[in-house]
Design a protein around this ligand. Structure first.
Ligand code: Z57
Length: 816
């Protein structure tokens, strides 16, 4: 076991401050201290990292390559200290130097190379892979600008570029020796080689140099460090100033430009496909580099490419990296001269695909002209995959044109990436039981019929190391005091807390901790929002990306409804409630941005209205991200998981709240179904249409929200306030778009496509049950505690063990 050495650590901090900044400890800024501390920690990490890779080489291990456009890592310093089990030593040293660790952690900007759930899942998976001792690489893009920073100005979202590398990132290492060339455009020429074989050569292309940067992923206390490898683009040096003709010069400039823009910025869309050419360039860029490198690394140690599947697995995180299958085919066909059948067998045994959504607007369908222009050789290969697949369909379903219509990869001028991913993979998985069932029985029914053995479920999970041990130290210490520290690496152990669920003293302690965390959040809100919130009120929190299907609108309409009630009846029984929202809207998603403005407008009115005696507050957390998420989960009483049933593939925020002892108010959607199964219906507040009901309505053309509007005065009053200037007197029309979306269909959408009015009254009733339940403090405490106790299933450690068992078949490396 390589451990952090106290004396060296302290000396290194002092040394680095001099070396990097010409400063003594007492002169250094907190930012400089952060860097010096991070580098000093990296010393130990590097030792473990090298040892890990030595072991991997000696054992000639099988490795999973997790290909993902997004890794939403969050801050590394605190997490690395925890996973190195170095907290005690670090705190001692920093104490001696008069430095506060929390202040230093605040200096790190969140690496936010992801949008939301999908990117954060990738980050949790890396943490679990290292902690469990499985050989893995995360492969992604080193975006220069990550997820934008959100400012709220006059209630509106304003996007500010996130230049996360501004101060340098201490944990990364550039590895120029592993650079790979990636080619775009041009055309394919067939030649006959000396052995008389047909060879395909890409000509007149543009290319960039993909240069990897490695970031260590430290396992918890086990001496194992895996790698997140993110690729940057650099210009290929063809700029020869002495002799260039016009064509070369032009091309050199174009190549430089391509290199400059390709990794410039993360597309800020979550669950939405925009069809931008640059996005496809990003996809092929990091995929080609990653696959080329994985194949070269394999061939350094093995002589037979045909055994690649024994040592390598590519997991495709959604369809975004699906060109991986065609890229691997290209390498096997064009560089290793395998036959199509041989290449296809290898590819099909090496690629596995995870589906994360059934939302049709998220499905990637590239126009063939764009795809074939940018990736001419890859397109040829996709054409051949499609040709053979269509033959298979015809053989299996003679004369059934509709099967081809639904399943072909190339159809009506588009490349359907999900179809390609399924056909090219040996495994297709959904991310929660309900989601996988919907895939099998509805969305991907035809594929399931053809390849039933490929389909499997992997219910998502989260890492308890970040979201409890790091994010909620008070609760973490309490849990450890009660049941020992096994839960840190074996979350199901946390069920031992059940024994305390009837013990009044334990319940008191549990709620005291919650109270402290609420105070911590209240302080943050005071500083950032200048709002005083009542720490005895119910903290009711909805934090996630802003999307109509997630129904932040249902939540805020209900707040408006409660406010109307209170205004009419100021003396009514009402337990004070703080409604907290946090959400980024994709920069081009107008409806989502209107909903943010609505939340802020409602907040501005209600928070100032003294006539309701501060019983309701509405807070919008600016720039919701991993770091402030940790504060929010720890402080929540109520977890809002209210998506339209069938739409949220899994959700993972739901699990983070549960872990921290918040009670879910939610629909039977995604992983909520399994959460309720674990904790019991009596320890959650479930409401709304079932996924079958929603799917049925959708099949039959929706429902008529007008009936509800005209028959329910409470709802009508709220909706009318969207168009009568109640919240924005100077701009009474501001929310007309929202009003219209709830009541009228247009060319694209049905009226109220997310069933907000349909579910309103059952939601309102569930919220009433919340309010009543909170009055019984002990009962509430028991429920909250049981949520923490019953969340063992939702560790990403469990999820990863299932991936390893069913898909990756990796060997566990025991700690040294
Ligand atoms: C994204 O964050 C998710 C799905 C997508 O297709 C894209 Br693009 C982005 C989310 C789902 O919406 C969540 O329900 C799920 O928990 C998460 O992916 C991780 O699987």
């Amino acid at each position: 076991m390589i451990e952090l050495n106290k004396k060296e650590f302290k000396e290194n901090i002092i040394e680095y401050l001099k070396l990097f900044y010409r400063k003594n400890i007492d002169e250094a800024t907190n930012q400089q201290l952060f860097h010096a501390i991070a580098y000093s920690l990296k010393n130990t990490i590097i030792e473990q990292w090298m040892a890990t890779h030595k072991t991997y080489e000696e054992k000639d291990v099988k490795t999973v390559y997790y290909l993902s456009m997004e890794f939403l890592m969050g801050r590394a310093l605190g997490n690395n200290i925890i996973n190195l089990k170095a907290e005690k030593v670090v705190r001692e040293v920093l104490d001696e130097l008069g430095i506060d660790l929390e202040d230093i952690e605040e200096e790190e900007t969140d690496p936010a190379l992801g949008n939301g759930g999908l990117g954060r899942l990738a980050a949790c998976f890396l943490d679990s892979l290292s902690t469990l001792g499985y050989p893995a690489y995360g492969c992604g893009i080193r975006y220069k600008y990550g997820m934008f920073k959100q400012k709220i100005i006059d209630g509106y979202q304003v996007e500010v570029p996130d230049y996360w590398l501004e101060e340098g990132y201490p944990f990364e290492i550039k590895r120029p020796e592993y650079a790979k060339e990636v080619k775009f455009g041009g055309y394919v020429r067939m030649i006959r080689d000396e052995q008389g074989r047909d060879r395909f050569i890409q000509e007149n292309y543009q290319s960039v140099k993909a240069v990897p940067y490695d970031i260590p992923i430290v396992g918890y206390g086990n001496n194992i460090v895996n790698t997140l490898r993110i690729w940057d683009a650099e210009a290929i040096n063809t700029f020869n100033l002495e002799s260039f003709d016009k064509g070369d010069y032009q091309k050199a400039v174009e190549q430089e430009n391509l290199a400059r823009i390709i990794c410039e910025v993360l597309y800020p869309n979550d669950n939405h496909y925009a069809g931008k050419e640059l996005r496809l360039k990003q996809q092929y860029f990091f995929v080609s580099a990653s696959i080329q490198r994985a194949v070269s690394k394999y061939m350094e140690k093995h002589n037979n490419i045909k055994n690649l599947p024994e040592k390598v697995c590519f997991q495709l995180n959604d369809t975004h990296p699906t060109v991986a299958a065609a890229e691997l085919m290209r390498i096997l066909l064009d560089e290793y001269c395998l036959s199509w059948e041989e290449a296809w067998e290898i590819t099909n045994k090496t690629c596995a695909y995870t589906n994360h959504t059934i939302m049709s607007e998220a499905l990637e369908k590239w126009p063939i002209d764009l795809f074939s222009r940018l990736l001419p050789r890859i397109y040829q290969i996709v054409e051949e995959i499609n040709r053979r697949f269509v033959m298979d369909i015809k053989k299996r379903y003679p004369g059934n044109e509709s099967k081809i219509e639904k399943m072909a990869i190339l159809y009506q001028g588009q490349v359907r990436m999900a179809n390609l991913a399924i056909v090219a993979s040996f495994s297709v998985n959904g991310v929660a039981r309900l989601h996988t069932e919907i895939l099998k029985n509805q969305e991907l029914k035809d594929f399931y019929e053809m390849y039933p053995e490929r389909f499997n479920n992997k219910t998502n999970g989260i890492t308890q190391r970040r979201f409890l041990l790091h994010g909620n130290p008070l609760l973490a210490d309490w849990v450890t005091k009660k049941i020992g520290d096994q839960w840190i690496v074996n979350l199901p152990h946390i069920d031992k807390l059940t024994a305390f669920s009837e013990d009044p003293i334990s319940l008191r302690e549990f709620m005291d901790i919650k109270y402290h965390n609420k105070k911590r959040l209240a302080k943050y809100i005071k500083e950032h929002n200048q709002i005083d919130i009542d720490t005895n009120s119910i903290f009711d929190i909805q934090v996630k990306r802003l999307h109509e299907y997630k129904r932040q609108l249902l939540n805020i309409l209900h707040v408006m409804y409660l406010y109307n009630q209170l205004k009419k009846n100021p003396n009514m029984e009402f337990y004070p409630r703080t409604f907290i929202f946090g959400a980024k809207a994709s920069a081009g998603y107008e409806r989502a941005k209107s909903i943010i403005k609505l939340i802020n407008s409602v907040g501005a009115v209600i928070n100032e209205d003294t006539s309701i005696g501060n019983k309701i507050k509405v807070v919008f957390i600016e720039n919701y991200r991993v770091s402030n998420g940790e504060l929010l989960f720890a402080a929540a009483d109520v977890s809002e998981q209210i998506s339209t049933a069938s739409k949220e593939a899994s959700g993972t925020g739901n699990m983070k709240f549960m872990l921290n002892g918040a009670i879910t108010i939610g629909t039977m959607d995604g992983a909520n179904v399994e959460i309720v199964e674990e904790v019991g219906l009596e320890n959650a507040f479930i409401f709304g249409l079932s996924s079958d009901e929603v799917i049925n309505y959708e099949k039959n053309g929706g429902y008529n929200p007008q009936d509800i509007y005209h028959n329910d005065l409470g709802i009508k009053e709220v909706l009318d306030q969207l168009i009568n200037g109640f919240y924005t007197p100077e701009k009474p029309n501001l929310f007309k778009n929202i009003y219209d979306s709830l009541l009228y269909s247009n060319g694209y959408e049905k009226a109220d496509p997310y069933f907000i009015l349909k579910d309103f009254r059952t939601y309102e009733a569930a919220q009433k049950r919340v309010a009543e339940a909170y009055l019984d403090k002990e009962r509430w405490a028991k429920s909250a505690l049981l949520n923490t106790a019953k969340c063992g299933k939702f560790s990403s450690d469990r999820t990863i063990e299932e991936y390893v068992q069913d898909i990756w078949h990796l060997e566990k490396i025991e700690p040294k």
